[in-house]
Design a binder for this molecule. Sequence first.
Ligand SMILES: Cc1cc2nc3c(=O)[nH]c(=O)nc-3n(C[C@H](O)[C@H](O)[C@H](O)COP(=O)(O)OP(=O)(O)OC[C@H]3O[C@@H](n4cnc5c(N)ncnc54)[C@H](O)[C@@H]3O)c2cc1C
Length: 432
Amino acid sequence: MPVKGKNYWLETVTTPPVPSARDLPDSIDVAIVGGGFFGLSAARALAKHGVNVAVFEAETLGWGASSRNGGMVLTGMKLPVPALIRRYGSEAVRKMYAASLDTIDCVEQLVREENIDCNFSRCGHLEVACKQSHFDGYEESAALIQREFHHELRVIPKSELPAEIGSDIYFGGMVDESSAGLNPARYVAGLSYAAQRAGACLHEHTRVTAIERERNNAARKFRLRTSKGAVAAREVILASGAYTSEATPALRKKIIPIGSYIIATEILPADLARELSPRNRMIYDSKHFLYYYRLTPDNRVLFGGRAAFFPETESTVRRSAEILRRGMIEVYPQLRDTKVEFAWGGTLDFTLDVMPHAGMIDGMYFAAGFAGHGVAAATWFGAKLAGLVCGEPHDIPFTNIKFSSAPFGLRSGHTWALPLAGAWYRLLDFLT
Ligand SMILES: Cc1cc2nc3c(=O)[nH]c(=O)nc-3n(C[C@H](O)[C@H](O)[C@H](O)COP(=O)(O)OP(=O)(O)OC[C@H]3O[C@@H](n4cnc5c(N)ncnc54)[C@H](O)[C@@H]3O)c2cc1C
């Protein structure tokens, strides 16, 4: 399927990129490895505290998942609440859920404070049930979330679904009005400017290749080797997400990098766009191997999914675009003759327990495992870890959960078993 371009979002960025800092400093207070939502949010917050901070990004700022995602700013966590409560107990999950709601406020506040032109809108999200049994669980789930967290979700029976979505393949839905949507490439560009304005030094095309511990020197605990020279730092924040490399082996072996792919159609007539998504929600379905989709501000359908489990290459993007187009037409037969103009892929950071984790690893700060919730979560964790570095009280409810290594074969750099994981999730979707 020939397409016009790769990442649609990048075509919409109108501001020039933030000029990269030129000279590498000899020494800094805090070095941040990775210039996505997480690293830039941490850099902005630290610089606002007056900390001398530098971001080292191997490619360009926002190059990773942060400019490639669906732009869904979602409430909740990846795992269903009943499963979370069984695993961690109500008390702990109450704090986690509150944090997940806070992540969206955090993005909204940042966008407003920094005046970032990224189409942020509290449009809500809609989860659609692919099977009757999935829909049957919605009432119980909404009641549990209301009871435990005082957060309201609205269950939509099939008869009322046409007011939410122009597709009749689903068995009902559930709406959360608190979720939001934005344009991620514009958001990460705005975040780069915000971090720089606050005083952070942003170094593009500067890959961190190794980090060594300097014993007996509290002011310069770490020595970072980069593609442009060496830097000493008092603290390090690892913000390299699914692209975490051999420079930080302890974190790398805990991350499961999973490919996700997106297509974007040509611009649709306004009445067709309204028919497909009357309330302009962020939409995803109830499968493990799920589809997620939405309208863009200029009325394209942006349709994504884990069409292949492998991280992106030219060939996985091409094959995934075909699979996603077929999926899109199953959902929206109205788009049978619509052209697909863009197709791209990116890599998400999953962890073995499908939870976000944060804290210290090898003496360095880290957060990872944002999965499909990283637009809001990465921004929030960035601000929170900056607070920890500055000695603020610790209130992150994800630091005490066990962070296991990924099984060999699913780890970053050794992902030969990912197709098996994909097959397992397809089987679960068939059975449950
Ligand atoms: C296709 C796709 C769709 C998604 N959709 C959504 C969605 O709709 N909603 C949602 O909430 N989340 C979504 N996500 C997830 C979300 O995009 C991520 O969780 C989030 O962007 C993670 O941000 P980050 O800053 O942690 O990582 P990234 O944005 O991936 O940034 C990490 C950066 O670190 C750099 N790096 C790595 N190693 C080094 C090194 N050694 N030296 C220097 N730099 C290094 C990389 O170049 C990269 O730029 C999606 C992800 C993908 C791929």
